[in-house]
Design a protein around this ligand. Structure first.
Ligand code: SF4
Length: 329
């Protein structure tokens, strides 16, 4: 099977944007590809002011992945820093990556603007570390959205440069384009994100779901119950299309004719979101009752990932002409 590599920054409990934007796709890919899913904690350090929640965030995120169907028997699930070869490959690829390539990256410029108090070395080297992640495990496909294609192109350039200078080691990673519905946050303006504090966690209880949905913005033109609505501009309706597909046509008619009020419309949505994630919540509770489960999965994942990483680094060192270490007989 071809190999897929995907890395995710540790963001704690996942929200429904994460679920439809990434997790669902990771689960689907497992049957067709040899999948490696990494929690990229070193990447997170480039923009983190404090690491006090880092371990908890990794634990909660992986628990969500496993409960949502990422199967550690089929896929390798591990934490980036648990495989030390990543830092070695990062350093070596850094030696062949022109600084100009990195300074041109639009997300670097954006991050410099956003965190001018902490423009660290890791921030400019972010694409090198990302390339090292994929290359260390000889990833052939990387699931990305259209907006991430330029990042992957840079990884491909770095890999190409290495292969042309030292000889072939790394496959050029190909984009596995994924399409997914845009999930907006509670204000219906920005995409759902922890940075905007507008998110709904997939592990939320029915009460929490109801509270979030009831507080979410709707069509601003619908000030009174008798005002006809415009479902096309209402985020509640967009969520209905995902969670209540069989009722969405009916909701369009009822909203436009003011036959249904926003409160009732939201109640239906809250119930459907809750039902959709009910099996997930049950699995999550079961897994959470086994205190060592996540740590055991990550330990096994790190061992399997490290075995691949060691092989790759042997090849890299040989091709680069580094003096190989002699071990006692
Ligand atoms: Fe939105 Fe539903 Fe209200 Fe229409 S009835 S504006 S779809 S919440």
């Amino acid at each position: 099977m071809k190999r897929v590599f995907s890395g995710f920054r540790p963001t704690g409990k996942q929200h429904i944007g994460n679920y439809f934007g990434a997790i669902q796709n990771c689960v689907a890919l497992q049957d067709e590809y040899d999948c490696i899913y990494s929690v990229v904690d070193i990447h997170a350090l480039t923009t983190m002011d404090s690491t006090s929640k880092l371990q908890e965030d990794i634990h909660e995120m992986v628990l969500d992945w496993l409960a949502a169907g990422i199967d550690p028997q089929k896929s390798i699930v591990f934490v980036q820093s648990h495989v030390p070869q990543i830092t070695e490959l990062n350093t070596l690829l850094g030696m062949i990556t022109p600084l100009g390539w990195l300074l041109r990256v639009p997300t670097f410029k954006e991050k410099v603007r956003k965190q001018s108090h902490n423009v660290n070395y890791g921030l400019v080297g972010y694409p090198v570390l990302m390339t090292a992640d994929i290359a260390l495990y000889k990833g052939e496909y990387v699931p990305v959205g259209e907006d991430q294609l330029p990042h992957l192109e840079l990884a491909r350039e770095i890999v190409r440069r290495f292969n042309s200078i030292f000889g072939y080691v790394f496959p050029e990673p190909q984009a596995k384009l994924t399409s997914f519905p845009l999930i907006l946050g509670s204000q219906g303006q920005e995409k759902m994100s922890k940075s905007y504090d507008n998110y709904l966690e997939i592990a939320a209880s029915p009460e929490e779901i109801s509270k979030w949905v009831m507080a979410a913005f709707t069509d601003p033109a619908r000030r009174f119950r008798s005002d006809p609505g415009h479902p096309e501009v209402c985020n509640i309706f967009h969520l209905h299309q995902i969670f209540s597909p069989s009722r969405s046509e009916e909701i369009v008619q009822e909203c436009r004719s003011a036959k249904i009020g926003c409160v009732d419309c939201k109640k239906v949505l809250a119930r459907n979101i809750s039902q959709f994630f009910e099996p997930f919540r049950e699995r999550r509770n079961n897994l959470a009752s086994r205190p060592d489960y996540v740590a055991d999965v990550l330990a096994d994942g790190a061992s399997r990932a490290e075995a691949i990483a060691k092989e790759t680094m042997r090849e890299v060192e040989q091709k680069m002409g580094l003096m190989l270490r002699k071990y006692p007989e």
